[in-house]
Write a protein that binds this ligand. Structure first.
Ligand SMILES: *Cc1c(COP(=O)(O)O)cnc(C)c1O
Length: 427
């Protein structure tokens, strides 16, 4: 496959190139296991000497085709699918950061990721420093410790919709000998390719725009292959010293630029088993086929809705980087000139109660625990996704108690605006 083709073409053709007489559509390999002619042939797979499929808890050909497509879109070296975005973020960090390690985390990340790292991974002995992504370089540099293993942020934060300053984050991470991991769920590789700006590893909740039709939960990890693990071997013993569970193989030596994904597959997938079902990978692939077309329309619709809300007297504020006076407009122009995504946030002047009243009167736009989908939807983070957070944590995450997250879908934008207009009459 020629990975220099344009993004819109890769969406359709990367990852699966049928040979003569093979199915045009990506087949679903609905099989837990794979057959070998000799005992030795299978034994060599377990030694990681030969590559091949043996058990779908670790790898499946349908999943790998979809991962390769995503890898081509991100411009990466290797990729894998996971059962959810949460699993992707957990694997991405845990693959290089074990008990005793430390993570620097942007305060504006998705509530689920914030909980995963600051509560659940803390129970595993992983420390975390939360920083405001708009901090100065000095403040960012001051967050690093001897045991820091990675820096984690979101390219466009959910739901704060602020844009990460990739170059500032990559520079600080690399100066301290650790990779920058970026969750690129909201812009998708169509609007932003974090590897171009120094990110080393990208994660996705494919549940959102990539699937795009709210049909299947899934995640993905893509590695740029650029981070030189061996140059920082003391920090990353898991990649740079022999793994006794594979007869002493050293991933960074044996697998070079693919070492990180190989380790996450053969070690974490083997032991934790958060594989994506091949059937779900098939749906993710269908979503990817139209991703470039959909992202363009999502952005165009969201821009019009943002402009409409901005001009309305009942609306207190609107966050959307496509608006010229948005604080993240310049960063968005630099890192994602085609647009950010279809998600915006705003609040009604009356605050929390009016925001809720407005949402309850929407007809076309539905209240769901979902975002970045073909159908327009809303959510009130303070009552829903971020319910577990204290007032201070909400403020730190950039979540105003009146904040409404509006995910602008692919409907005719006039109908979306008409629905908002009729619901605004009730506040
Ligand atoms: C939804 C989301 C996740 C979690 O993904 P799931 O597929 O729901 O597990 C992680 N990061 C971001 C930015 C998200 O929007």
């Amino acid at each position: 496959m020629d990975n220099t083709l344009q993004q819109g073409t890769l969406c359709l053709h990367a990852g699966w190139s049928p040979k003569n007489g093979e199915p045009r559509s990506l087949p679903i390999y609905q099989s837990t296991t794979f057959k070998y002619d000799t005992s030795d042939a299978m034994g060599r797979l377990f030694d990681l000497v030969d590559t091949g499929y043996f058990y779908t808890r670790l790898q499946n050909p349908t999943n790998d085709s979809v991962a390769m497509k995503l890898c081509a879109l991100e411009g990466g070296e290797a990729a894998m699918l996971t059962s959810s975005g949460q699993a992707a973020n957990f694997f991405a960090i845990f693959n290089i950061c074990e008990a005793g390690g430390h993570v620097i985390l942007s305060s504006k990340v998705y509530g689920g990721t914030f909980n995963l790292i600051t509560v659940t991974m803390a129970k595993m002995g992983i420390e975390c420093t939360v920083i405001d992504p708009d901090c100065t370089e000095e403040e960012l540099n001051a967050a690093f410790r001897e045991n820091t293993k990675c820096v984690f942020g979101e390219s466009v934060a959910n739901p704060a919709v602020c844009v990460l300053d990739f170059e500032k984050f990559a520079k600080a991470a690399h100066a301290h000998g650790v990779p920058l991991i970026v969750d690129n769920t909201f812009p998708t590789p169509i609007n932003c390719r974090p590897f171009q700006f120094g990110a080393d590893i990208v994660t996705h909740s494919t549940t959102k725009y990539i699937d795009g039709h709210a049909s299947s939960v899934g995640g993905a990890i893509v590695d740029s292959g650029n981070f030189d693990w061996m140059a920082h071997a003391d920090k990353f013993p898991g990649l740079c010293t022999p793994d006794p569970s594979y007869h002493g193989i050293t991933y960074a030596e044996s697998f070079g630029r693919s070492a990180y994904i190989v380790k996450a597959t053969v070690q974490l997938m083997r032991d934790l088993g958060c594989i994506q079902a091949p059937q779900n990978a098939f749906y993710v692939n269908l979503g990817l086929e139209s991703l470039a077309v959909r992202m363009e329309r999502h952005c165009r619709n969201a821009q019009k809705v943002a402009e409409y809300l901005k001009a309305n007297d009942k609306v207190a504020w609107v966050n959307y980087a496509g608006l010229p006076d948005d604080p993240y407009h310049a960063l968005a122009e630099k890192y994602m000139p085609k647009g950010t995504c279809g998600v915006l946030s705003f609040a009604i002047k009356g605050g929390r109660d009016d925001s809720i009243r407005f949402m309850d009167h929407l007809k076309l736009i539905s209240i769901v625990t979902h975002v970045a989908d073909a159908k327009s939807c809303v959510l009130h983070p303070a009552s829903h996704t971020h319910r577990q957070m204290t007032e201070e944590q909400l403020a730190e995450a950039g979540v105003d108690p009146g904040l409404i997250r509006l995910s602008v879908g692919l409907e005719d934008v006039d109908d979306i605006i008409a629905d908002i207009e009729q619901a605004l009459q009730y506040v």
